[in-house]
Design a protein around this ligand. Structure first.
Ligand code: SAM
Ligand code: SF4
Length: 321
């Protein structure tokens, strides 16, 4: 499906839960008002929406949350999504805490790729950022998943004065391993508003100062907006998702489905269309129409640089990051 700005929309991020087993400072530092379970779509309802989405041109699905692996049946959902004709790729974003436990099942379910969010390799900083001492579990999870053939990416958000110096240790994961390490600029959504984003250009500059010339990687390596570079002698690549300082809205290819069945055309705005009633009452033909309306309502871009224009009030974990 092509939207009115000529962008091909073929990717849907699907949040399956608002809850999480971590409390990242910029995402969910304290308990939030949990969504009542009856408001959350069942796995079958999520699958039906994805089936309808595939009919209007969605080809790639990212399962996210909250923390998707704490939802019972997450692996079953991945298996069901993989069976939908037209869905070419099902991927997962996780904090990695439970990954060691699920790696084999995820592989058997046919998962196509995985992103693990990890902002530091320092146990003390990890505790400060996530309010959890689960770093060793995450590292075990990464090792467990490496045994399989998944493309594996580490996503890191840097905060000044907290982990901004950790970029070098983090990219070390890409040195001898088949892992891409990507830096995501902090976005002013939910608690993220309280942070001053570090520009990815700043990290790239440091990288160049340290490693000399780095090669730009032309090939698109994921579902979206990351740009990549390669450090000679490294196995993996280094990626940058620069939502703030390198606005990529003209190439936006996505819509988002929240755990309560709302389709969001853009992360910046509260605008949404609810599919819950249509899916719960079995009006499947209406789902496609609502999906098309949401795509039609996609704005030309975010206005993260004008705080009064950001109308989205929910936390990232509630929307599905
Ligand atoms: N719990 C899973 C995880 O951490 O990967 C999936 C959900 S989490 C919301 C998805 C991603 O959003 C994580 O990589 C996290 O670092 C990122 N994130 C959360 N809040 C953010 C913000 N305000 N700006 C940029 N990235 C953010
Ligand atoms: Fe949980 Fe992911 Fe948000 Fe951290 S970023 S609190 S792991 S949902």
């Amino acid at each position: 499906m092509t939207d009115k700005y000529g962008r091909i929309i073929d990717y849907m991020r699907v949040s399956i839960i608002d809850r999480c087993n971590l409390r990242c400072q910029y995402c969910m530092p304290t308990d939030i008002k949990w969504i009542p379970p009856q408001e959350i779509l069942s796995l079958e309802e999520i699958t039906e929406i994805c089936r309808q989405a595939s009919q209007i041109g969605i080809k790639k699905i990212k399962v996210t949350g909250g923390e998707p692996l704490i939802r019972k049946g997450c692996v079953d959902l991945i298996r069901m999504l993989k069976e939908i004709p037209g869905i070419e790729q099902v991927t997962l974003t996780t904090n990695g805490v439970l990954l060691a436990q699920y790696a084999e099942q995820l592989n058997n379910a046919g998962l196509d790729a995985i992103n693990v969010s990890l902002d530091t390799l320092d146990p003390e900083k990890y505790l400060k950022i996530t309010q959890s001492d689960a770093l060793a579990d995450v590292l075990d999870g990464i090792s467990a998943i490496e045994k399989y053939d998944f493309p594996l990416k580490i996503n890191s958000v840097l905060q000044r004065g907290v982990n901004d110096s950790d970029w070098q240790e983090l990219i070390g994961l890409a040195k001898d391993r088949r892992i891409d390490v990507r830096f995501i600029e902090m976005m002013p959504i939910g608690h993220g508003k309280q942070f001053n984003p570090i520009s990815n250009a700043e990290i790239l500059q440091k990288l160049r100062e340290h490693y000399g010339a780095v090669e730009e990687v032309e090939k698109v390596r994921g579902n979206g907006p990351a740009t990549y570079c390669h450090i000679p002698a490294f196995t993996g690549n280094i990626g940058f998702i620069s939502a703030i300082h390198g606005k990529f809205c003209s190439a936006c290819n996505r819509i988002r489905l929240t755990s309560t069945g709302q389709i969001k055309p853009c992360l910046c705005y509260e605008d949404h269309i609810s599919l819950k009633e249509a899916v719960r009452s079995g009006r499947t033909d209406e789902i496609q129409k609502l999906l098309l309306s949401a795509i039609d309502r996609k704005p030309d871009g975010h206005r993260f640089d004008e705080s009064e224009m950001i109308t989205e009030k929910h936390e990232m974990a509630q929307i599905g990051g």
